[in-house]
Design a binder for this molecule. Structure first.
Ligand SMILES: [Zn+2]
Length: 412
């Protein structure tokens, strides 16, 4: 369907800088996110939503679309995140390309960068559609302003069509998804939905309910610095130990050597001198047992290396980040089927590939609220080549409305 305010709303959102900051320890990580959430609060209050609250503990803005049906209908939640990824987000000046021909390169502002079908074949899918791109100097922030815009437009539609029968609907807009902390303090009880969906990320049709299991670790190595001329048998080079540590890990289990359902260990950075070294890894595996096996392998490598020294020179600080939501969703497959059916009813073929990453829903599902992810339409996320088609965002709104309609039928 066409929704008059969707495009201007999206453009307004993306122009506001809401980049999150991994170095920050505050919630939200950047004050601009609060500014955005306060403006959004006013907007949804003006639409007539009720129970509109910005929670100071977790920086989630939550609201209710009141029920129009007397029947006992399950409460559905829809969630999105307001922060954008780690790429320039100051002065976002989107370009709107109407009726794209599906083949011509799109110049990105005054820069030398362009979107073309050789580098980005996905462009061909969008012939005849309205594309929103960057001007080449920033990201677009379609991840996840597309999701925010779709949810607000959905709410606007329902508020102005009270004849559509539905149960209570809960909305949530959260911070800091891109730095992996936004959902940590999500208040499942306060949100009080029976099930939910995040509206985030990728092209039309994406329906995600399997994610990685994830852990991270910091390795600290203490070396022993001896003058190189007299070092034989005495020097313990922390950098050399770092290289040895990395070499203990299988070459075919790195991020750049795996795909589909394969897991990996990935070295993320490396700082070192002879005296000391520190570096971080992320570990990913679709199976929980696989994640545990990888963690055990790390511990074993460190222990074996340490056994050759006078003391433990290699220290590991390892922690879990999130788990594969399938472990929760498999007991609630009816909510996946509901989204599948909703997509099919509006002419979309669902694409259910597992996500080689995590979503806010991975954490929230383990907090007791099963939360698969539905597409928001974005392409080439997190950089200057990011773009989204207006028609994709419209489809996202269509799917949300259809989920509500089907959920209402299910109650009877
Ligand atoms: Zn996102």
């Amino acid at each position: 369907m066409k929704y008059t305010n969707l495009l201007p709303r999206f453009i307004d959102y993306v122009k506001k800088d809401t980049r999150s900051d991994e170095e920050s320890t505050t919630v939200p990580s950047t004050p601009n996110q609060t500014k955005f959430l306060l403006a959004l609060k006013k907007e949804i209050e003006d639409l007539g939503l009720t129970e509109v609250e910005l929670n100071p503990e977790n920086s989630y803005l939550t609201a209710t679309i009141p029920a129009t049906s007397e029947d006992a209908v399950k409460t559905v939640g829809f969630l999105s995140h307001v922060d954008t990824a780690d790429f320039n987000s100051v002065g976002i000046s989107p370009q709107i390309i109407k009726n794209y021909d599906g083949k011509s390169p799109i110049a990105l502002g005054e820069t030398d960068f362009n979107l073309n079908t050789t580098d980005f074949p996905s462009l061909k899918k969008y012939a005849g559609q309205t594309l929103v791109t960057t001007d080449g100097t920033t990201l677009l922030g379609s991840d996840d302003k597309s999701g925010v815009a779709a949810i607000v437009t959905f709410a606007e539609y329902l508020m102005s069509h009270p004849e559509i029968k539905h149960g209570k609907i809960r909305l949530g807009f959260g911070p800091d998804e891109e730095i992996g902390t936004g959902a940590d303090k999500f208040d499942t009880k306060g949100f009080a939905a029976d099930f939910a969906y995040t509206i985030d990320g990728g092209p039309v049709g994406q329906l995600e309910y399997e994610t990685f299991n994830a852990a991270a670790l910091k390795v600290s190595i203490q070396g022993k610095n001896i003058h190189p001329g007299e070092a034989k048998g005495k020097m313990i080079s922390a950098i050399q130990l770092a290289i040895d540590f990395q070499n203990h890990l299988p070459e075919d289990e790195r991020a750049d050597t795996t795909d589909k359902r394969e897991g990996f260990y990935q070295l993320m950075n490396l700082n070192g001198t002879i005296e000391d070294a520190s570096f971080d890894y992320i570990i990913r595996d679709f199976e929980r047992s696989g994640l545990e096996a990888r963690k055990a392998n790390i511990t074993k490598i460190a222990a074996e290396m340490n056994s050759k020294f006078d003391k433990d020179r290699i220290k590991i600080d390892m922690y879990d980040q999130y788990y594969n939501m399938i472990d929760v969703i498999q007991d609630n497959m009816e909510i996946v089927e509901l989204a599948e059916q909703a997509m099919k009813n509006v002419g979309i073929t669902p694409d259910e590939e597992p996500v080689r990453g995590g979503t806010d829903g991975s954490k929230i599902s383990f907090m007791g609220l099963p939360t698969p992810n539905i597409f928001a339409g974005g392409e080439n996320m997190h950089g200057r080549y990011e773009y989204v088609a207006l028609e994709s965002m419209e489809k996202a709104v269509d799917v949300l409305l259809e989920i509500i309609a089907l959920n209402n039928l299910n109650s009877k």
